[in-house]
Design a protein around this ligand. Structure first.
Ligand code: 9MR
Length: 354
């Protein structure tokens, strides 16, 4: 007993050192900081061991990159196909991860049968109402937050032409963001417990688009439309971003009582014969660090999500015809890049609860 008491101070010292030792994964750092750290996923890749091991080890949240979009769920008008989305939910459940849903209303990636103006606004309204209701009820209790409307505004802040707004729309053509309000009301009815987000790109800093997003969200909140948060996509091109402006934008959005999620973070690098310029890796890491800081220093910014996690699988390659790439925190062999360490350090430095 005496021996044990004598050793107690050393034991306590050892335990407190262990508690404060730097986190060894992104997921550990995020868990300790009370932060959601997520990534977009493709269920067809779960069978690749390195993919699923890295995903399970490094992230506490997943979002289907494409598996819950209209295109996937509604190949045929008469049937809902939840198989791919369900695979994402099963993976998340097996690994203790949260699922973010994406997306219910978008002008892109709708099935061909929906386009072509064959439907009247009344029919479009019924189709969208049914879609939101069926999909959200199917995933109620499994998907904690949804991007209800994705990319509804153009770069000047005007409401985008879309099948849901005015082509032919769901009955609110010419009435600005009223169709957005309607979809959030339907979403809230379908799953009152889910957090409902507006998600967009190009409005991360302070500019015409972010001013318009801010004005729209303020108006929706004032009118009692059920909306909980805003997703800042954060696809960063040409290594250009002003972190102070991002922080200021996050501050004004959270001041409305909204949560902010960084939803689609990636930082593309120019490729020269498929090779990255070595100095760009460091620049990329610094930008990852600055974006993470802009989020975690504000308690209302509750999630950071990268758009994929390995350079092996990213939308950037095909989108840029191979001229850009290497945008994510893990390389093509799943080796962590400088961006990975920078994120862990920043999360730990700003918001750590050991
Ligand atoms: O990364 C996604 C790609 O696999 C799809 O082909 C594409 C069209 O559905 O969408 C990409 O993801 C987009 C996201 O859904 C919304 N914001 C922009 C993303 C990159 O284009």
């Amino acid at each position: 007993m005496l021996k044990f008491i004598c050793r107690l101070p050393f034991l306590l010292l050892f335990l407190s050192a262990a508690a404060q030792s730097p986190p060894t994964t992104l997921r550990l750092a995020a868990d300790r900081a009370g932060l959601l750290m997520g990534t977009a996923v493709r269920p067809s890749l779960f069978s690749e061991t390195a993919y699923s091991e890295t995903l399970a080890r490094e992230f506490n949240m997943v979002e289907p990159e494409d598996a819950m979009k209209w295109w996937t769920v509604r190949q045929n008008q008469g049937a809902f196909d939840f198989r791919e989305g369900d695979e994402v939910v099963r993976f998340a459940q097996a690994h203790g991860q949260k699922v973010r849903g994406h997306c219910l209303v978008w002008d892109h990636n709708n099935p061909p049968w929906l386009g072509g103006g064959h439907f009247t606004p009344e029919e479009m309204s019924d189709l969208l109402h049914e879609h939101i209701t069926r999909v959200m009820k199917h995933y109620a209790g499994h998907v904690f937050a949804w991007d209800v409307v994705n990319e509804g505004l153009d770069e000047n802040g005007h409401v985008k032409d879309s099948p849901w707004y005015n082509q032919p729309g769901i009955g609110f053509a010419g009435q600005g963001t009223e169709y957005v309000a309607q979809t959030f009301r339907w979403a809230h009815e379908a799953d009152p417990k889910a957090l409902l987000f507006y998600n967009d790109n190009g409005g991360e800093e302070l500019n015409r688009k972010s001013d318009a997003i801010y004005a729209m969200l303020k108006d929706l909140k004032q009118r009692g439309v059920p909306i909980d948060g805003v997703g800042l996509q954060m696809h960063i091109f040409q290594l250009k971003i002003d972190p102070a402006a991002v922080a200021a934008n996050i501050a004004r959005l959270t001041a409305l009582g909204l949560q902010v999620h960084i939803t689609e973070l990636d930082i593309e690098l120019p490729l020269d014969n498929s090779q990255v310029h070595p100095e760009d890796m460091g620049r990329q890491a610094e930008i990852y660090r600055a974006v993470v800081r802009a989020c975690v220093q504000n308690p209302g910014c509750t999630a950071i999500q990268t758009w994929g996690f390995t350079d092996k699988y990213s939308w950037i390659g095909s989108h840029s015809h191979g001229t850009q790439g290497a945008a994510l925190p893990f390389d093509r062999l799943y080796k962590p890049k400088p961006a990975y360490d920078a994120m862990i350090k920043e999360i730990t430095a700003v918001r750590s609860h050991p």
